[in-house]
Design a protein around this ligand. Structure first.
Ligand code: UDP
Length: 323
């Protein structure tokens, strides 16, 4: 049995699907604060919170868990600045409960959902894993803390881990069964599509005076199904005795906010009204990741690299979404 903590969320649900399609049995553990039970179409769902150590213990007793994927975290950067307590308690303290349950029940493998936000404002592009990690907000700090804790748990208790530092997860299941749905929604692509669908008045472009090719921010959008594939490979890598490590998952392709909007116009065939607004505090001009390490260690290469395909799948989901 594979435990998928946070498997009712956007990224976790795509890994849960892929695990089941690949023949694994899964147990999704989710408190459904931000996750959707409708997204858990495969495996078993146990509703619970990582703060509940008794429940965690019961789960590890009841099911024979061989590996853990951990996605359960709060991920609103702005909120993390305003309410760091919420972020450190949930993302750090509650993860400790999970790791301690693993130690107690002798579960040896964990694939951890980390982020490029641990790099802060990097000095050179594309970002490689040896870039200094200097997060600029509590969300990024909380993920970096877990990376460090995992290194210590590896040495002391023999927990084998792989930290996957995602760039901008985007798109949806190509079969349209699951997709992205946040409440509140703050991410660029779902908001652009909402504007295309007429569900929002417009899309606000946060800053058009950045030192980039068209003045808007550049991000590395990576298809969520490509992320899912990398997770499965990371688990196999650990099970085969691979050394505990961390790696970037990105496309090494950058797209600007204006490029995303233009592509969305083509894909949807709709007009998308744009409003130019102020920069969003804490947004670096450009974040593009090198995933050479993932390619070398996991044999992973993104298959849905193109922003067109990402938007096609996201639009297909948006038009038919169940949650
Ligand atoms: N962005 C924007 N308007 C929005 C939401 C996002 O211009 O309504 C920009 C944001 O400044 C960033 C990019 O789109 O440069 C991606 O933002 P998102 O919140 O999707 O992901 P992040 O990069 O913050 O993880």
């Amino acid at each position: 049995m594979i435990l998928v903590v946070g498997g009712a969320g956007y990224i976790g649900s795509h890994i849960n699907k892929l695990l089941n399609k690949s023949g694994y049995e899964t147990l999704v553990f989710d408190n459904l604060v931000y996750g959707h039970k409708e997204a858990v179409k495969w495996g078993t769902l146990e509703i619970g919170d990582l703060a509940d150590t008794k429940k965690l213990d019961e789960i590890f007793e009841k099911y024979e868990i061989e590996a853990v994927f951990h996605f359960a975290a709060y991920a609103y950067v702005g909120e993390s600045v305003e309410n760091p307590s919420k972020y450190y308690n949930n993302n750090v303290a509650n993860t400790l409960h999970l790791l301690d349950a693993m130690v107690k029940h002798n579960v040896k493998y964990i694939v951890f959902s980390s982020t490029c936000a641990t790099y802060g404002v990097p000095e050179s592009m594309p970002i490689t894993e040896d870039a200094e990690q200097k997060p600029i907000n509590p969300y990024g700090q909380s993920k970096l803390m877990i990376e460090k804790i995992l290194a210590d748990y590896n040495k002391a208790y023999g927990i084998n881990y792989c930290c996957l530092r995602y760039f901008n997860a985007a798109g949806a299941d190509p079969e349209g069964e699951i997709g992205e749905s946040h409440m509140p929604e703050t991410h660029l692509i779902p908001l652009v599509l909402a504007a295309a669908a007429g569900d929002r008045e417009n899309i606000k472009v946060f800053g058009s005076d950045y030192p980039t090719r068209d003045g808007s921010c550049i991000r590395d959008y990576i298809h969520v199904t490509d992320l899912a594939d990398a997770h499965l490979r990371a688990m196999d890598y650990l099970k085969k005795g691979g050394e505990s490590t961390f790696m970037n998952l990105g496309n090494c392709l950058g797209n600007s906010v204006f490029e995303v909007i233009e592509t969305a116009k083509k894909v949807t065939g709709k007009n998308i009204p744009v409003e130019l607004t102020q920069r969003r505090p804490g947004d670096p001009p450009m974040l593009v990741g090198s995933a050479q390490k993932a390619e070398k260690l996991l044999g992973w290469k993104p298959k849905y690299g193109d922003i067109n395909l990402i938007l096609e799948h996201a639009w297909k989901w948006y038009c038919n979404k169940e949650y």
